[in-house]
Design a protein around this ligand. Structure first.
Ligand SMILES: [Zn+2]
Ligand SMILES: [Zn+2]
Length: 264
């Protein structure tokens, strides 16, 4: 069995991604209420009690809202780096010491035959990091919540079979929108979120001959739309000589509905 995964929920209202392989299954973030998390698992036919653990990306509430509740209920190990653990203190309630695990940035942890690699991103949190899953030569990259994609990140995430890639906002919608300027500036900064165009440019540089699917993730509710994101990413890719549907497919994610559990 190679890697199976589902983007359970994605967007500023809450993020959670499920990844499984033989004997191991992980949740990356639990940014929705305990109840909502239960409902999402039901939709993909899995149960949270069977999880091997929860991997945390960073302490923003759209990533950790349900973590404490879920981990306490099902006695699940939580993995995060030290700075994120400190930043989560007081935000996720009591977590027993035996369920607290450290996962340093830019390290690899092995669970059975599954390698999970962490890498740092550029975002206004304590020490934000995302994950690459490696199993039997297959590679799954998760990358959202970053202001830009650095050359270093590109090296780590290149030529994956599948990506869950942030395509946060349309720059025009954001600029014209109702957000106060300070918030707009934060989103547009190097420590904010990646726009549709910037995401597409990064995709064109990291996608390779193995790449089959890219999930457009963490879309802003106020400053983006699924159709707009897909169109704008496709156009930018096309301008760089990549035909969506031929080289790889672009797939929508949703704030409330999980993508089907799929193998890569
Ligand atoms: Zn987020
Ligand atoms: Zn964030």
């Amino acid at each position: 069995m190679s890697l199976h995964f589902s983007v359970l929920a994605s967007g500023s209202t809450g993020n959670a991604i499920y990844v499984e392989t033989e004997g191991q299954s992980f949740l990356v973030d639990a940014g929705l209420s305990g109840k909502q998390m239960e409902a999402l698992f039901k939709q993909i036919g899995r149960e949270m009690k069977d999880l091997s653990g929860i991997l945390v990306t960073h302490e923003h509430s759209d990533h950790i809202k349900g973590i404490g509740i879920v981990a306490r209920k099902y006695k699940l190990p939580i993995y995060a780096n030290e700075k994120t653990w400190k930043a989560m203190d007081g935000l996720i309630g009591e977590v027993p010491l035996e369920h607290k695990f450290s996962f340093d940035m830019e390290t690899v942890k092995t669970f059975g035959g599954l390698d999970i690699e962490s890498f740092g991103v550029s975002h206004d949190a304590a020490e934000p990091m995302f994950y690459v899953f490696h199993k039997d030569g297959k590679k799954l990259v998760l990358i959202t919540d970053t202001g830009y994609v650095s050359d270093r990140m590109k090296g780590i995430i290149s030529n994956a079979d599948a990506y869950v890639f942030e395509s946060n906002h349309d720059v025009q919608m954001l600029r014209m929108g109702r957000y106060p300027w300070s918030v707009k500036r934060r989103i547009l900064s190097d420590y904010g979120h990646v726009s549709n165009e910037d995401a597409a440019v990064a995709m064109s540089e990291v996608a390779g001959d193995k790449t089959k699917r890219i999930y457009l993730a963490h879309l802003s509710t106020d400053n983006n739309m699924k159709d707009l994101a897909r169109m704008s990413v496709s156009q930018t890719l096309e301008g760089r000589g990549i035909l969506v549907g031929e080289q790889f497919d672009l797939i929508d994610t949703d704030p409330k509905t999980p993508t089907p559990l799929t193998a890569i």
